[in-house]
Design a binder for this molecule. Structure first.
Ligand code: G
Ligand code: G
Ligand code: MN
Ligand code: NA
Length: 252
């Protein structure tokens, strides 16, 4: 399959890029950004990570691509910080394959140090599928990262078919409520589900961030349920690093 083979050259041929999407608090202030990987293919144009991340994982290359993502995020963040145009938290997505790699936590801290990026300006977004019981030994790096100031968010919370017991064991800061739930707002069951998810977060003293907010009425309804952090096209679409600092008012 040729797309898969072409991945080998994507990094060296400079075809990968990170786009950034704002994350805001309840007053609409920028508090951070999520880095989202993009592949600009010479023939096929922009390819979504939903298409090529599974290929990377299947080929056993997630660790090296993940390292590229973290380093590029550090370069972009450092440039923004030096220009004084951003002092929020930059979140990167992490695949379960990365978490399972030997010494993952220490390698992340080493990378941040090499780029002179404070750990407290970085967040990691992990999916529930990375939280499976059998992998618990591989999650040993998380407390190390957390102690250094890196925050940990559970991405796509509620969609992962995973046991919730990890919430009691691991140092999680934030639950990211998936767009699939936001899209059910206004239905009896949808509202009940969202309230239940909000409740889990609040009773565990976690931040809850709702994703995929496209309309003001969704924003309002979620605020009424107690949600305080948001991400979605209503506040900004993912854009290039340069575009991001042009569009965003300075982060608090
Ligand atoms: O913008 P959107 O289409 O980009 O992202 C689609 C999916 O790809 C999301 O589930 C997102 O978490 C995932 N994704 C985006 N960037 C990365 C990345 O750098 N690493 C990993 N593992 N997943 C990513
Ligand atoms: O990492 P995660 O699975 O949360 O990835 C977020 C995905 O959702 C990315 O593909 C991103 O581009 C997309 N996204 C972010 N905000 C919105 C939105 O408001 N509407 C839609 N349709 N997609 C969004
Ligand atoms: Mn994410
Ligand atoms: Na998500």
């Amino acid at each position: 399959f040729s797309l898969e083979r072409e991945l080998d050259r994507a990094i060296e041929d400079n075809q990968l890029a990170l786009h950034y999407q704002p994350q805001v608090d309840s007053t609409g202030h920028l508090i951070g950004a999520e880095a989202l990987l993009r592949w600009r293919h010479p023939d096929h144009g922009w390819i979504s990570p939903n298409t090529f991340i599974p290929l990377i994982e299947r080929r056993g290359q997630m660790v090296s691509f993940g390292q590229w993502v973290l380093e590029q995020a550090c370069r972009d963040l450092k440039a923004w910080q030096q220009r004084g145009s951003f002092n929020g938290r930059l979140s990167v997505n992490v695949s379960p394959y990365q978490l399972q790699a030997y010494n993952y936590g220490q390698k992340v801290l080493d990378t941040l140090k090499a780029y002179d990026v404070p750990p407290s300006s970085i967040g990691l977004e992990l999916t529930e599928s990375g939280m499976v019981e059998e992998a618990s030994s591989s999650l040993a790096g998380l407390p190390l990262l957390r102690r250094a100031g890196v925050t940990i968010a559970i991405d796509d919370f509620g969609t992962g078919f995973s046991s919730l017991s990890y919430l009691g064991r691991l140092p999680i800061d934030t639950l990211k409520i998936d767009k699939a739930f936001v899209d059910q707002l206004g239905t009896r069951k949808g509202d009940a589900l969202l309230k239940a998810l909000m409740n889990i977060g609040q009773s565990l003293d976690l931040k809850v961030l709702a994703e995929g907010i496209e309309r003001e009425n969704q924003h309002r309804a979620l605020q009424e349920m107690g949600c305080r952090y948001f991400q979605g096209y209503l506040f900004g679409k993912p854009v290039s690093a340069d575009q991001f600092v042009l569009e965003q008012p300075k982060a608090v």
